[in-house]
Write a protein that binds this ligand. Structure first.
Ligand code: NAP
Length: 245
């Protein structure tokens, strides 16, 4: 499905991002796993088993850091990544009434500004090289419904959805498709802190009765990145096990 493609995956050192790297490599893509945690990015690349895959450090909140990776990729591989999956993300939960500006902005910076920076720089690299491409942004189902204690996170993820639709409109004529995935509750390190009593309340709301696995999101990301999704752009696709229907 992705033979010959070069894919850049942010947050590639953990959870959904690592699973995206694994599924896309299985489908034939060469992978650049980028993460703020260099060791985990390199671990992902090593797990994929092949010298064509690399793990690199990158802070998605820093324009300099993103630009260095984008130009480094072009130098090393001779072309920009034509598949980009934005998985880097954080939570910093706190009730709205107590949340500091700093806590609010930290989450906006990684989840929303990071998605903007990656999209702008990778799309420009694709356009300069006259190649089309596909950008997949990981938003969240709670960006639609809200979630107690997550005003920063839900705002960032709702922002990612709107941003993705605008990017789709601006970049479509350049041969670049942009889509968002809205995962529900997925079993990754990000949600490992969720207390048992919250889990007990959450599980009955999931039609399939269980959390999702990272690879169940990754399969959709690989599809959206591929030519099999050639007529999809500006879409927000839910992968929630039927959460909250
Ligand atoms: P995860 O396992 O914590 O993975 C996120 C990765 O992003 C981590 O490796 C993290 O590094 C990295 N990261 C954090 N800040 C970064 C930065 N500034 N620059 C580059 N990388 C950075 O979480 P996940 O569950 O796989 O989440 C992946 C994406 O899915 C996120 O956007 C998340 O919001 C979204 N999502 C997850 C769920 C879920 O239920 N798990 C549901 C909906 C949406 P560190 O670990 O070192 O911080």
């Amino acid at each position: 499905m992705l033979t010959g493609k070069l894919a850049l995956v942010t947050g590639g050192g953990s959870g959904i991002g690592r699973a995206v790297c694994q599924v896309m490599a299985r489908e034939g893509a060469r992978i650049v796993a980028a993460d703020i945690n260099e060791a985990s990015a390199k671990e992902t690349a090593a797990m994929l088993g092949g010298a064509e895959h690399v793990g690199v450090p990158m802070d998605v909140t820093s324009e300099e850091s993103v630009a260095a990776v984008v130009s480094g990729v072009r130098e090393k591989f001779g072309s920009p990544a034509s598949c980009v999956v934005n998985c880097a993300g954080i939570t910093k939960d706190c009730f709205l009434r107590d949340m500091s500006v700093e806590t609010f902005m930290q989450v906006i910076d990684v989840n929303l500004k990071g998605t903007f920076l990656i999209t702008r720089l990778t799309a420009n690299a694709m356009i300069d090289a006259k190649v089309g491409g596909s950008i997949v942004n990981i938003a969240s189902i709670v960006g639609k419904g809200g979630n107690i204690g997550q005003c920063n996170y839900t705002a960032s993820k709702a922002g990612v959805e709107g941003f993705t639709r605008t990017a789709a409109k601006e970049l479509g004529r350049k041969g670049i498709r942009c889509n968002a995935i809205l995962p529900g509750f997925i079993d990754t390190p990000m949600v490992s802190y969720v207390p048992d009593k919250v889990m007990e309340k959450l599980l009955p709301l999931i039609v399939l009765g269980r959390p999702g696995r990272p690879e169940e999101v990754a399969e959709l990301a690989a599809f959206l990145a591929s030519e099999r999704a050639s007529y999809m752009t500006g879409a927000s696709v839910e992968v929630t096990g039927g959460y909250g229907m």
